[in-house]
Design a protein around this ligand. Structure first.
Ligand code: GCU
Length: 664
């Protein structure tokens, strides 16, 4: 994957037992490593910068006497975590106010490559859009009997734990921290939001594990956060009532102990009253009461609580058409706006349901002007192909961040949010993410936390340049072109062969992979398509449906509430329409279903073909092989989706395909 240079001897994962270097192979640091570099300043992160420079020079031989080509220095009046980069008189200068900024500046120069050392350029100030840029792990310490070690993990085991214990060798966790820092991530929560018995002890009896992880991540400017159980005090007190003074004292003491051990601890992540996790409802208290109890304990130490808004009734009755999971987060949280302490961050999934390939943006984001809100994205591709399918999520995230809830004149989600969070897609797989091309999702997430306005295609270019070093290969244009052809539109391709027009959850219950159109339709988890012989979709309008459309500010509640105005791609999310309903492009709904499923499966075949046409040697053979194997599965799965969805709707509607293609 990296051209001629590789991180590990032999460099072929699975053959040599090596680990793929992701987007930081030695070649990524070549431009820096070939130069004379001076680093000025002190402190642990400056030491990391020095170590990075030394490593790059060792790899590329840039040493010797003479004036420096690159100066990295601490300097006053720089934004927190930010830096200023300039080039004049043959010297490139990075000035940062703190060590983290200097480290980010170094990786910025690495991304620029030779361009950082070409023509002079005036000072450019770079600063992150968000103070907290966070990756959350759904890692369990023990292997959970149903969910495995990493819940919804598609990349092997945990980077942190193995066999019920903290890994003795945490070198991969350190390498992971380096990868995250290089894209600007500065916070990691280390365990699953579903806090099981062993993991609940990380807060107390097993705090030592967290201390060690904090030590490993700290040199890269990453603060550790912990998912905790809301019921934790009940073990000692028999209650977790957030208004009981004994409970608040318990949290204060437990939190003081955490900070004694980890002075830069980031805070807690809490999934409460959600899918069986304990929460304040058991005590007749609100989520503001619950979140504030933990926030009060963290406040004296500067910590935050990420309180998740993913609260809905997972024991609903499918016969009851009035219950709508999409409404739940807003119904629970919007009335609480203004009641949360300052160090509570309400963590809201980007869509109102659950990381489906197509959802509207969650209305909660616009409904809480008096609350700090972080937008939660799912790098782990639970509902987007599970890292067996290529599904590049940068374009989807960019769309979410660019959505303007109050209409075109108002601010976009990127400006309303206080932070971004992604559920990690990394594990101990030699390629980190199972599918080597899924590394690009983690990369894109980090870059968007730094600048949510970045163009996803440009971000993909950066990732390609760093990871594959195309310019060192025999055919840079072919390599770049192939990767773009396979990845650029892969999110929409996945959407085409899976979920038409905003219908979600037609997946196999349990593992959520592959099609099962009625899999969830009559379960307590929610009902998602309501298909019958006449039509399909969920009526979420205010006039005749669940009223979900009314949770948006007027500009969008009007658009979403009207079948005529609703954007096609969300039509069935908001409306139940006849199969003959005509879309804006003139196609009927049923014909659209057929067309997109045929087209999507065909696109998957073309992706495989493009990849197969890459001449040997352009890409590391281990990478080429892993991608090829996954593309085989993607093609198989896409055909299965196509055939099941088309057949299902053909049988329901009785409407033939206008083009007479084979439907089973
Ligand atoms: C999804 C996912 C669960 C996860 C949950 C959450 O429903 O399937 O595994 O626990 O999201 O975000 O809490």
């Amino acid at each position: 994957m990296t051209g001629p240079e590789r991180d590990t001897p032999g460099g072929v994962p699975g053959v040599s037992g090596g680990v793929h270097p992701a987007w930081l192979p030695p070649s990524a640091m070549r431009a820096v490593g070939r130069r004379r570099v001076q680093v000025h300043g002190d402190g642990p992160l400056v030491a990391t910068v020095r170590a990075e420079v030394a490593r790059a020079r060792a790899d590329h031989g840039g040493d010797g006497d003479g004036p420096p080509d690159l100066v990295l220095a601490l300097a006053p009046a720089q934004p927190p975590d930010g830096f200023t980069v300039s080039r004049a008189a043959g010297v490139t200068t990075v000035a940062a106010g703190d060590g983290a900024g200097l480290l980010y500046g170094l990786f910025h120069v690495a991304r620029l490559g030779e361009a950082a050392f070409g023509a002079p350029f005036p000072p450019r100030v770079h600063r992150p859009a968000y103070e907290r840029r966070m990756v959350q792990h759904w890692d369990n310490v023990d292997v959970h009997p149903v969910m495995g070690q990493v819940e919804r993990g598609y990349a092997g085991g945990s980077l942190f734990w193995h066999d019920g214990a903290l890994r003795a060798d945490l070198s991969r966790a350190a390498a992971y921290a380096r990868l995250l820092a290089s894209v600007g991530v500065n916070a990691v929560s280390v365990n699953n939001v579903n806090v099981h018995a062993t993991e609940a002890l990380l807060l107390t009896d097993r705090l030592g594990d967290v201390v060690t992880l904090a030590d490993v991540l700290r040199p890269y400017g990453i603060r550790v956060h912990l998912s905790v159980s809301f019921a934790a005090p009940a073990r000692d007190l028999g209650t977790a009532d957030p208004l009981d003074p004994r409970v608040t004292a318990w949290w204060a003491l437990a939190t003081d102990r955490v900070y004694e051990a980890i002075p830069d601890f980031g805070g807690y992540v809490v999934k409460a009253d959600s899918e069986g996790q304990p929460g304040p409802f058991a005590y007749g208290r609100s989520h503001a009461d619950g979140a504030n109890a933990l926030a009060a304990a963290l406040a004296p130490h500067g910590g935050v609580v990420h309180w998740r808004a993913f609260v809905y009734n997972h024991r609903q009755d499918w016969r009851d058409r009035g219950t709508d999971r999409a409404r739940a987060a807003y119904d629970h949280f919007a009335p609480l706006d203004g009641q949360f302490l300052d160090n509570v961050v309400l963590q809201v999934k980007h869509g109102p349901v659950d990381f489906q390939v197509r959802e509207p943006v969650s209305p909660v984001i616009a409904a809480m002007p008096g609350t700090r809100v972080a937008v939660e994205l799912q790098a782990t591709q639970e509902y987007t192909g599970q890292q067996r399918h290529v599904c590049h999520l940068g374009p989807m995230w960019r769309e979410v961040l660019g959505f303007a809830p109050w209409g075109a004149d108002g601010p976009a989600v990127a400006g309303v949010a206080d932070g971004l969070v992604a559920v990690s897609n990394a594990g101990d797989d030699p390629f980190w993410t199972g599918h080597p091309l899924a590394q690009a999702n983690l990369y894109a997430f980090g870059r968007l936390t730094w600048d949510p306005h970045l163009d996803p295609v440009a971000v993909l270019d950066e990732w390609i340049d760093l990871t594959f070093a195309p310019d060192t290969t025999a055919d840079p244009a072919l390599l770049r072109g192939t990767l773009h052809a396979v990845m650029d539109d892969s999110w929409r391709t996945y959407e085409r062969y899976t979920a038409p027009l905003g219908v979600g959850f037609m997946v196999r219950p349990g593992d959520h992979y592959g099609p099962d159109v009625d899999g969830y339709e009559y379960t307590p988890w929610g009902t998602y398509h309501f298909a019958d012989r006449d039509g399909v979709g969920v009526d979420r309008s205010t006039a005749t449906g669940t009223g979900f459309a009314g949770q948006y500010p007027p500009a969008w509640s009007r658009v979403y509430g009207s079948p005529a105005e609703c954007p096609d791609e969300l039509l069935l999310f908001f409306h139940h329409v006849p199969y003959g309903h005509v879309l804006h492009d003139g196609t009927t709904v049923i014909q659209h279903i057929y067309d997109t499923h045929f087209a999507g499966a065909q696109e998957a075949e073309r992706m495989r073909q493009r990849w197969a046409q890459l001449p040997a040697g352009l890409v590391d053979p281990a990478v080429a092989g892993r991608v090829a194997e996954r593309l085989d599965e993607q093609v198989r799965s896409a055909r299965e989706w196509r055939d099941q969805i088309n057949t299902y709707f053909h049988r329901k509607s009785g409407v033939p395909d206008a083009h007479g293609r084979r439907i089973h």
